[in-house]
Design a protein around this ligand. Sequence first.
Ligand code: PEP
Ligand code: MG
Length: 355
Amino acid sequence: LATVGGGATSHVAILARALDIPAVAGMDPRALELPDGTRVLLDGGMGQLRINPSPEEVSRIIQAQARLAAKKAAELASAADPATTTDGHRIEVFANIGGLAEALQGMQLGAEGVGLLRSEFLFLDRATAPTEDEQTATYAEIAASLEGRPLIIRTLDVGGDKPLSYLPMPREENPMLGIRGVRIGLDRPEIFRTQVRAILRAAKGHPIRILFPMIATLDEIRSVKGLVEEERAKLADSDPVELGIMVEMPSTAVLARQFAREVDFFSVGTNDLTQYTLAMDRGHPKLGSKADAINPAILQLIAQTVAGAAAEGKWVGVCGGLASDPQAVAILVGLGVKELSCSVPAIPMVKAATG
Ligand code: PEP
Ligand code: MG
């Protein structure tokens, strides 16, 4: 997949990664002028599209593909083993999913749970929102498929670059800084309350946790918790559910200790944390290569998040794209991150990278 728009963490790239399709985003628009039939070589690792490659280049790539396939096979062979560093430190490797199929695939590849169910995928591509009963059934089905492994369900994270046709949003000057994620839930709570009730009902008998996206202020998490409590009070029979927030705004990382008093866990969304810290749109074709979560400013914010959480006895996972980057695994583990939630195809590789 080669696109002239988007960046490495825009949602098209996330879908490509989940499907294990080599992809390069944000290419020179002249790529659109290539005549049909031009031989090209797409190198997703290098982020390059090479035109009319020489026979030597092609044979180099074929050899590299064979080496990669052998490495993948070796990683797959040990994917069911727990991820442990050479000094015996255990890391949980979870899956990022959009639905049941990916949950099943994730477990085959060694996932120890689901760290991020992007629930918006259940709301897209349809004319109306799924009902409470439909959602309850879907969440319970996914949880049951995990055979006792934990399932972290993120509440609807639309707006910004993910519009919903049946939830018309007023046009905004800067949608990425507007009513998106949990802000929609607070602004128009009906869809949010329905979803919360569905999750609470599915959590009866399943290890489900709830994760809230785009929390920037303490007020927001307190309001959200208030809504959850109100909905739980309406249910005849419900167990307490662990609540977590995405850390994807610099403000949340900076005030991690205060937020840690409000919730049970954090999940760092490096895709948005990077765009909001560096002021670089994650979907911008020119800035994409610079909007890299391995930037020391982002790592510093993750360290601050872990320290704030630890001070209150809470734990931190990472579910943004950085968790699927084998080069970042040692850094994240060293910073004290306990759980890495990855795109499904990356799970064996990330597990291998911890050893
Ligand atoms: C993130 O921002 O890193 C994240 C995991 O959420 P999404 O990519 O769905 O915005
Ligand atoms: Mg995000």
